[in-house]
Design a protein. Sequence first.
Length: 326
Amino acid sequence: MVALVDRFGRSFPYLRLSLTEACNYSCSYCLPDGYRAEGRARFLEPDEIRRLVRGFAALGMSKLRLTGGEPTLRKDLLPIISTVATVPGIRRVAITTNGTHLPRHVRAWREAGLTALNVSLDTLDAGRFREITGHDRFAEVTEGVELALGLGFDSVKLNAVLLRGRNDDELPAWFDYLRGRDVAIRFIELMRTGDNLDFFERHHLRAEAIEQQLLAAGWSLRPRAPDAGPAREYAHPDYRGRVGIIAPYSKDFCAGCNRLRVTARGDLRLCLFGDFGIGLRPLLQSDDDFDALVARISTQLGLKAAGHGLHQGQTGLTPHLASIGG
């Protein structure tokens, strides 16, 4: 097996695959005016997804995360999960969702082969939830999380974008939530994208501020698994749950990068904030193009940069996180 390794010695066992650019939320930090389609988008079809995942798996990719937009808006999500879960070499199939469809569908997704679940939950306050997301769905999302916790997932994680003046005072409430639940909350530092400069300047808070509070409260840093995401995860003997910190502006954040991305239209992105994409879709039309697909993927790693340009205000092709799945 040929491994996906770049010129900096980083390996990439983890692929984030966007299934759609559409989203049914209007989050203040991402799509404050809601999703607006540009023409009639044609996102990857199930057969194209199967061929794509098979190609990456042949190069050593073992962990797949389905993202969006909001991936649960795909009416064919269930067969997609079933298909990718049976590709040889794939050991983990995860999804990142805003959670609105969890109560109705999470059991079926689990039975189809989904092994891990990440749910966006920026706050534990229903009123703040409505203000941040633009929708009054807090009860549904939290109901879905409770249901998921009983379904035997390898992991259930919650994602909260850290917002100065909006939700940065909720750590005590999260501690209460984590005391008896086997779940991780990950605080994600707000990132600047192509269209959120004003919001970023008002609400950006360095994630290290939360880490300092964790250390002061007796939490300790856990070792990072080889195929783990970018979070630094903390644990405490008095709590079943964990706290993760994703701090893209921290020193050497990109040194541990282990993931690649493919957009819902089939472009390989070597970095979330890269300034170019590599079209893979022409090689996803036939099983006969498998060797050419593998060759194209493997030869692109030489173009991956050492790190992003966020510190210099360079956001690349990413207008907002819904466009590529974060």
